[in-house]
Design a protein around this ligand. Structure first.
Ligand code: ADP
Length: 328
């Protein structure tokens, strides 16, 4: 059977996530296995527009599976929002004969890929690469598990010092508009409460629980706040609590970009490898284009890009019930 594509490009776009390198490696090695030419596109859509594109060999991806970040670099590219920018990008790909594209990124990157692949005759496969896990059509995104593990390891250390001083720590984690990092890292560290954008925060209830614990002399408490929580970040939450509990010893810790870096976890390496392989299989068969590949119930799962970018995730309130019961 003749492959539907012969030259493919791979890029990473938007926010970086640990495991992107493992996905690049899988795309390159699978492409070469099937006799394709594989091109690396540098700095996401910017590299497509600026023609910063190079041919990759098997050895180009040696020794990267364990590295965080992305060897192809990533960027946010304003020009790609404009039809003229996307046309420039298309012309560059055409000149090189690239006839298939793998985009590793978040929902913004998929919005770009979706537009590009409907405007031009280049099929795009999207692989969900974001620490935020803010995408439908997949149980995991590349980088989420590592980010949660990083947050957990940091919060464990915070608990040691909180315990030594009988302190209340308010810890802010990443996730943009998504509460998944907060939810998983909060459950994994036994947080007293978790504040996420998917559920309206009742600060009076949060404070009432803390006051009740204060009465019981349980003074060590960790609150995990998602950066996108509608009440505001950790500093806002601390201010509101301090007003009602002036004697409480409160510290704020914003974990920040450490959550993006570091060696990918075993889970992220494995899903990135599976997804990278699947992306190339998809392109050479030509059965699906303009598709995001995810993993649902441990099976590869295919979602049209336009549906993947439209869908929003919800979080079952039962998760928060679990937090309350276990933290009592
Ligand atoms: P992420 O992929 O992590 O969600 P962004 O939202 O910043 O990151 O998107 C990455 C890039 O994808 C943008 O800088 C832009 O080049 C491209 N992009 C995002 N949304 C669109 C859109 N609606 N149309 C065209 N390109 C887009």
């Amino acid at each position: 059977m003749k492959n539907k594509v012969s030259k493919i490009g791979v890029l990473t776009s938007g926010g970086d996530a640990p495991g992107m390198n493992a996905a690049i490696r899988a795309v390159v090695r699978t492409g070469i296995y099937y006799g394709l030419d594989v091109f690396g596109i540098v700095r996401g859509y910017s590299g497509m527009i600026e023609n910063d594109i190079f041919k990759m060999e098997s050895k180009s991806v040696a020794n990267i599976i364990q590295r965080g970040g992305t060897i192809l670099k990533t960027a946010r590219c304003k020009e790609f929002f404009e039809p003229a920018g996307r046309k420039k990008a298309y012309d560059n790909l055409k000149k090189l004969g690239i006839d298939g594209l793998v985009v590793i990124g978040g929902d913004g990157s998929f919005r770009g890929a979706q537009k590009f692949s409907t405007e031009f005759d280049i099929p795009c496969i999207g692989l969900p690469g974001t620490i935020d896990k803010d995408m439908a059509g997949t149980d995991f995104t590349i980088g989420f598990d590592t980010a949660v593990n990083t947050a957990i390891s940091a919060i464990d250390k915070i608990r040691d010092t909180a315990d030594a001083h009988d302190r209340l720590f308010i810890i802010e984690v990443m996730g943009r508009d998504s509460g998944y990092i907060a939810l998983h890292s909060g459950i994994g560290t036994g947080a007293e409460n978790i504040l996420i954008p998917e559920h309206k925060t009742d600060i009076h209830e949060v404070i009432a629980r803390l006051q009740e614990k204060e009465k019981r002399k349980k003074l060590v408490n960790l609150l995990v706040v998602a950066e996108g929580d509608e009440f505001g970040g950790a500093n806002e939450v601390a201010k509101a609590i301090k007003q009602q509990m002036p004697n409480a010893d409160i510290k704020v810790c914003i974990l920040g970009h450490i959550q993006r870096g570091g060696a990918p976890s075993s889970l992220d390496r494995v899903i990135a490898s599976r997804l990278g392989y699947a992306a190339v299989e998809c392109l050479i068969k030509g059965e699906r284009s303009n598709t995001m590949i995810g993993i649902v119930n441990n099976h590869l799962h295919y979602t049209p890009l336009d549906q993947a970018v439209k869908a929003t995730q919800t979080i079952d309130p039962e998760w928060l019930k679990i937090v309350k019961i276990l933290a009592s």
